[in-house]
Design a protein around this ligand. Structure first.
Ligand code: ADP
Ligand code: CDP
Length: 422
């Protein structure tokens, strides 16, 4: 009952929300409107006419760690328990252009003969887990759809609540996924990222070990004595080759990010939902910053990936579709964390996709899931590259990595000498 009350407390904004679901690979936005007798309502869901029933499920816990974990669990549960005729796609609900208002869920299209098996699964879920369920029913004229929110009232779970018409809605000014990026996908302080790992310590014991590796506080503004140069770029753009040469020529120390001490835990955190996974990588930047701070008192420091990678991959994964869906140039999302050490120069290596693929093949190594995704998904790669270039404070300087390794090295040395007086 306590959970039911908490769920209901999220409901007052329900009629003002917009819903987004991917249909045939494109986002479809709709809103709901109270039923008024005789009023004309435009037809929607034409693309799901062949389905008789649809449902939406939204995760509604007020605890964000539980919400993130349960969203991932819910998909596995639904795929396991629902009949195979049931089609599942991700869905979201949000208040247009209102920060932090996004709730994630799933949309179910049911093509089976009977609604009973699905409704049994959904009824069980609503009683035990932090979810809202809505059902959508097609009217007699095959055009009108209505949405019913299933009430969370113990014994009367299946009694349908107020009916709303489903009406098409315009695409919002800001892509809905951009509303929740701050402190869910990208963290802007050591404290915010720590907070996530602290709160999941009882579910993920490794989180506690990571917190023990952290500096007691971020090394914010202290300017290192020697230059700190970061090399960024997608996998196989030549970062390892270049950073090793720079280390040898400049008699510098080479520091990777995430730091080596986090390597044993990477596979573990790569499996976690974005909130936890991104907090893990954010903390990697603060551990690396501590190492940079110490080394840069004695020698120049070359860093293989840093904050640009953490933020660009996180933003590009959170948002779908073409790069125009990314938060606009100048958005606070691209700001450098105020408590994170700032390098003197950030170089971004860029490479033609075909040449990058060729280098990846030649290397013949296993790739991370994200890197495989980059290969297959052109739009994802374009979003990562665009996000890299929008990050500011410091912004990156782009270098074409297609010439020979030596030519790229000479080009970067010129930049370093111009900027860092080495
Ligand atoms: N400028 C270059 N021209 C041609 N091949 C390169 C160049 N730089 C690196 N490579 C080769 O491309 C592959 C990927 O380079 P690597 O330095 O490992 O990239 P990253 O560290 O960015 O993943 C390696 O096989 C490397 O020898
Ligand atoms: N500083 C960093 C480095 C990597 N990462 C994450 O780690 C993933 C790949 O890093 P990687 O170490 O496999 O890259 P390569 O060393 O293979 O070029 C990226 O997709 C990011 O999600 C990060 O968040 N922050």
């Amino acid at each position: 009952m306590a959970m039911a009350r908490r769920a209901m407390s999220l409901l007052p904004q329900w009629p003002s929300r917009v819903f987004s679901v991917e249909l045939d690979g494109a986002p479809f936005y709709f809103a709901i409107q109270e039923k008024h007798r005789g009023e004309e309502v435009p037809p929607v869901f034409q693309r799901v006419q062949e389905y008789y029933r649809c449902y939406s499920l939204f995760v509604c816990s007020s605890d964000r760690i539980r919400r993130a974990m349960f969203y991932a669990e819910l998909k596995d549960k639904l795929l396991r328990d629902l009949p195979p005729e049931c089609d599942l796609s991700p869905m979201s609900s949000f208040l247009p252009n209102v920060k932090d208002s996004l709730i994630k869920g799933y949309f179910l299209k049911d093509n089976s003969d009977s609604s009973s098996p699905i409704e049994r699964v959904l009824r069980d879920l609503i009683q035990r887990d932090p979810v809202f369920v809505c059902s959508y029913l097609r009217g007699d004229n095959c055009q009108l759809w209505t949405q019913h929110l299933w009430p969370h009232t113990g014994s009367q779970v299946m009694e349908k609540s107020k009916e709303y018409y489903v009406v098409p809605s315009e695409a919002p000014e800001y892509h809905p996924a951009t509303l929740n990026i701050i402190n869910s996908d990208v963290f802007y302080s050591l404290e915010e990222a720590c907070d996530v790992l602290k709160k999941c310590g009882d579910i993920i014991p490794e989180a506690t070990s990571i917190l023990e590796l952290l500096p007691s506080r971020a090394q914010a503004r202290s300017k290192p004595d020697f230059p700190v140069i970061v090399i960024e770029g997608l996998d196989a753009t030549g970062k390892t080759t270049l950073t090793k040469s720079l280390r040898d020529i400049l008699r510098a120390v080479l520091v990777p990010c995430p730091p080596q001490c986090l390597y044993p835990w990477r596979a573990r955190f790569d499996k976690e939902p974005p909130l936890i996974r991104r907090a893990f990588y954010a903390l990697g930047n603060y551990i690396t910053a501590e190492q940079i701070g110490q080394e840069a008192m004695k020698t120049p420091v070359i860093v293989d990936r840093f904050w640009h990678s953490t933020a660009a991959y996180a933003i590009a994964t959170a948002v779908s579709g073409p790069p125009c869906n990314l938060p606009a140039v100048g958005s606070e999302v691209y700001n450098w964390p105020s408590d994170l050490l700032q390098p003197n120069l950030v170089v971004l290596l860029t490479l033609d996709p075909e040449e990058r693929k060729r280098r990846l093949m030649n290397r013949g190594q296993g790739k991370t899931v994200e890197e495989q995704e980059l290969d297959h998904n052109r739009l994802f790669r374009l979003r990562v590259e665009e996000a890299y270039q929008r990050i500011s404070g410091p912004a990156c300087v782009t270098v074409d990595a297609s010439p020979s390794a030596d030519q790229v090295l000479q080009q970067v040395l010129l930049l370093i000498r111009g900027k860092c007086h080495l």
